[in-house]
Design a protein around this ligand. Sequence first.
Ligand code: ATP
Ligand code: SF4
Ligand code: MG
Length: 323
Amino acid sequence: MRIDGLTVVYKTPAGELPAVRGIDLTLEPGSITGIVGESGSGKSTLALSLLNAVQPPGRIAAGRVEIDGLGDVVGLAGEQLRKARGRHIGYVFQAAQNSLNPLKTVGKQLLDLGRSHGVEDLRGLVREAKDLLGRMGLDGARVLDSHQHELSGGMRQRVGIMLALVLNAHLVVLDEPTTALDMITQANILKIVREVHAERGLTTLVITHDIGVVAEVADRLAVMYGGRLVEQGPTREVLGAPRHPYTKGLIRAIPRLVGDIDEAQALPGRPPTLATVPKEGCVFRERCALRMDVCDTVDPQAVADGPRTVACHAVTVTVKEHA
Ligand SMILES: Nc1ncnc2c1ncn2[C@@H]1O[C@H](COP(=O)(O)OP(=O)(O)OP(=O)(O)O)[C@@H](O)[C@H]1O
Ligand code: SF4
Ligand SMILES: [Mg+2]
């Protein structure tokens, strides 16, 4: 999947404002990419646009989302688009625990999903669903016979993951897949996501506000702030030697990653909202210790350095000096 210059806007009383702006990102076949960012940074909006599923008052204002074998998703509509969802892209919505139909059993919804995508072997589909649920520590037969209200939040979240994987899509997008889970269940689920990913040779995108989750599963890591991608690269390199001041701040704030709880420092200030995100210059400047004059007027462009990309005036200067 190649995302090129993607911009998504929401209509607000102050006009159309971008929640995602000028994003370029490539998901390499067979890799797990993690997207991390604070609440409101645009992660779910980006995820929805990969399925061309942004709802009004939102719309994709610019850019392309190319999927191998499918073309530009932004141009798809109607039946073509419906087929692409599920068959090509398996998707777990954020708050998957609330997205089930309360009136139907999970099994009935599974069969509906299969039929709507033309699955002929429905028994095989049920077998596959039970197997996936079993791997995630659930009694598959019982879960398929249950209604949403009979399942805990954590169980519903696992049902969401099962539904995303069961149609055998080769591209899987998981938006906050483990938010309602305790630490041990979370670790177990992430292990299964990794295993299924490897078994099936999937291309997977994991979206989370929890940098610990992406540290655990992702090969590549992309960091979002105020609708922009500020840094991306191999997970180990980005976490081990972050370059963007925001990534540095995020990592410093996490005791688990810093190693010593006394050394963890919260990032001062708050992330911007659609209304307060700067229209020109760097989106991070209000919270940045390295801010320079140019940061107020010129939006830093993503500059590649080997497998890593950073969008920051201070870093660009250093990269050029080394070159
Ligand atoms: N339907 C909508 N109408 C107007 N603004 C919206 C709408 N949906 C999202 N936004 C705004 O777009 C921005 C990005 O929201 P989004 O849900 O994509 O962020 P997120 O990174 O997924 O956050 P979270 O971690 O809380 O899930 C936010 O400022 C949000 O308020
Ligand atoms: S561009 Fe400027 S304000 Fe933005 S992160 Fe870099 S130094 Fe800070
Ligand atoms: Mg979200």
